[in-house]
Design a protein around this ligand. Structure first.
Ligand code: PLP
Length: 347
């Protein structure tokens, strides 16, 4: 097939699939796709680009807004009156959900694992400002969030409310479909800008975003490789979760596609001491990108993914990739939270 008919084919797929994904748009799209001139000069032979989802123009931005836009269409269709979700106290997803609830004029409950911290800062400050009710599980096991979300939803229902529970971290099929739309957006943007990427770099937490990218890339049959860095779970566990979510989301589009862990490779080794704990490598990556590109990565997700990606570049893992797009998924509030000098801890 020549490239023109391939393009026609893809735009037909985009309209056909997008029709099946109702979304309540909250921001102006597309987000900017910008060439990283300073980094490109540093790493000769590989052109680097940033897709600025950190600039999504709603609720402090970040990838979580894309998933929530698809969920919001469902929330409004069901006439739900209360959003409940959860994660860690500095969660971008919880903050974004609280923004969506406030904007839609409905109530919100945030469920956090662990004990309530003595300080109020970063995303927790924003979430409280938005009048979200919050609840700490007093259990460091993150799965405690899942059971508490269910309990609270059941309680609210008994009281006559119409709760809408969003799984921890926003990792659910509708969220995944929001990221399928992001793939469509980037594809069309690349056509306009005359860019043909070889690979996409992504930070991976609960895996919903990656699942959407996998599915979107397969739908359009794009030659884009995914370079994904886990910041939380073990690579194998994430790959399984991503494959399952992508399979489930495909089913919602009436496609009997099965994704396996081989379809969802994930790089490990850059988590550092744990989820949410700044690492030396991430600090170095954040400083390099800040000083060369005029943008801020976060210490929890994008900083660690960038650290892993830079390591790969330096060690020539991606030899034949000429153009690579790093998805800046947001998370800046964590950069400003707290008083620790983690950026300079290793100096
Ligand atoms: C949540 C998040 C991610 C990862 O998205 P998942 O869908 O949870 O894998 C990446 N970057 C930032 C800034 C995030 O908040």
């Amino acid at each position: 097939m020549n490239s023109e008919s391939l393009q026609l084919d893809r735009s037909a797929i985009i309209s056909h699939i997008a029709e099946q994904i109702p979304r309540h748009s909250l921001a102006a799209y597309p987000t900017p796709l910008m060439r990283a001139n300073g980094l490109t000069a540093l790493f000769e032979g590989t052109e680097l680009w940033f897709k600025r989802d950190d600039l999504i123009s709603f609720g402090l931005g970040g990838n979580k807004i894309r998933g929530l836009e698809v969920m919001l269409a469902d929330v409004l269709a069901q006439n739900a009156s209360w959003l409940i979700t959860g994660a860690g106290v500095q969660s971008n997803h919880v903050r974004a959900t609280a923004f969506v609830a406030a904007y839609a004029g409905i109530s919100c409950t945030a469920v956090y694992w662990g004990k309530q911290p003595a300080t109020v800062d970063g995303n927790f400050r924003v979430t409280k400002m938005l009048n979200a009710q919050f609840h700490f599980t007093n259990d460091d096991d993150r799965a405690s969030v899942d059971t508490h979300i269910q309990l609270i939803a059941d309680n609210l229902r008994e009281q006559g409310h119409r709760p809408y529970a969003i799984p921890r971290g926003g990792a659910c099929v509708r969220g995944v479909l929001g990221h399928v739309l992001a793939v469509f957006e980037l594809y069309q943007q690349c056509l306009c800008q005359g860019l043909a990427p070889d690979a996409i770099v992504l930070a991976v937490g609960s895996g919903g975003t990656y699942a959407g990218w996998l599915l979107g890339i397969r739908l359009l049959n794009l030659p884009w490789k995914m370079l994904c860095y886990t910041v939380s779970r073990e690579p194998k566990q994430v790959s399984q979760q991503v494959a399952d979510l992508a399979t489930e989301a495909a089913a919602l589009l009436k496609l009997a596609w099965a994704f396996t862990i081989q379809d969802a490779p994930v790089y490990g080794g850059f988590i550092g001491q744990g989820y949410g704990i700044p690492s030396q490598e991430a600090a170095e990556a954040i400083k390099l990108v800040g000083r060369t590109e005029g943008l801020i990565l976060d210490p929890v997700y994008t900083g660690k993914a960038m650290a892993g990606f830079l390591y790969g570049l330096q060690n020539k893992y991606f030899g034949d990739y000429k153009r690579i797009v790093f998805i800046h998924t947001g998370g800046e509030p964590a950069f400003f939270a707290g008083t620790g000098d983690w950026l300079n801890a290793g100096l």
